[in-house]
Ligand binder design. Structure first.
Ligand code: TMP
Length: 204
């Protein structure tokens, strides 16, 4: 059974949701079974995490543990099942979000510790980081709907860490400060070859 696990990650406002959806549409058009999901997930832990995104009083370690717990249930009860059924799974955010956001939140949180509390999950086949300057990505948001991580100075640190991690882990980096269709084409080009080598047959 062929399956494939893709993650699109990046700072707030970088377009991970838009591009995960567009990529899903592209692959479905090619006739593949695609399962689109996101983190925080739809589990009860994920729902709690969405509430906590509006609450600045949650200790960073609590956040880190809950994101790891949400990922554990998401991977085991959702992602893994779909992969076993032969789906291409696309997740809008995954472990790299925890590594960069939670280690930026607190000096007590190391990347090693975040990896450790997440060590029982499956890793993606391909991770694509969407890169944009937070001044641009936050420009469209109004102050009232800002979540706790959505400020330029925090997101600048997060962005730098995404870029450093991408270099270290050989993740693909795509600038999302461009016309959506161009960005999407670049993303599609990055996943066609790995999918073909995994045995997925494209129409074109
Ligand atoms: P989003 O749904 O707009 O992507 O928002 C999710 C927010 O949660 C975003 O600010 C990144 C943050 N986040 C973490 O800090 N750690 C994680 O592990 C995940 C999945 C998200």
């Amino acid at each position: 059974m062929v399956n494939f696990f893709i993650v699109i990650d990046g700072i707030d406002g970088s377009g991970t949701t838009t591009h995960s959806r567009l990529l899903t549409g592209f692959l479905e058009n090619e006739g593949f079974k695609v399962y689109l999901t996101q983190e925080p997930s739809n589990s009860e832990i994920g729902i709690l995490l969405r509430k906590f995104l509006k609450n600045k009083d949650i200790p960073p370690i609590t956040d880190a543990l809950l994101f790891a717990a949400d990922r554990n249930i998401h991977y085991n009860n959702d992602i893994k099942k779909k992969l076993d059924e032969g789906y291409i799974v696309i997740s809008d955010r995954y472990i790299e979000s925890s590594i960069v956001y939670q280690s930026t939140q607190s000096d007590d949180i190391s990347i090693e510790w975040v990896k450790n509390i997440n060590k029982f999950i499956g890793w993606p086949d391909v991770t694509i980081i969407l890169d944009i300057d937070p001044k641009i990505s936050l420009a469209r948001k109004t102050n009232e709907d800002l979540e706790k991580f959505e400020n330029t100075s925090f997101l600048s640190k997060v962005r730098n860490l995404y870029l450093a991690r991408a270099k270290q882990e050989s993740y693909h980096v795509v600038s999302s400060d461009d016309i959506i269709e161009f960005v999407q084409q670049k993303i599609q080009r990055l996943i066609v070859d790995p999918l073909k080598s995994r045995g997925f047959l494209f129409k074109n």
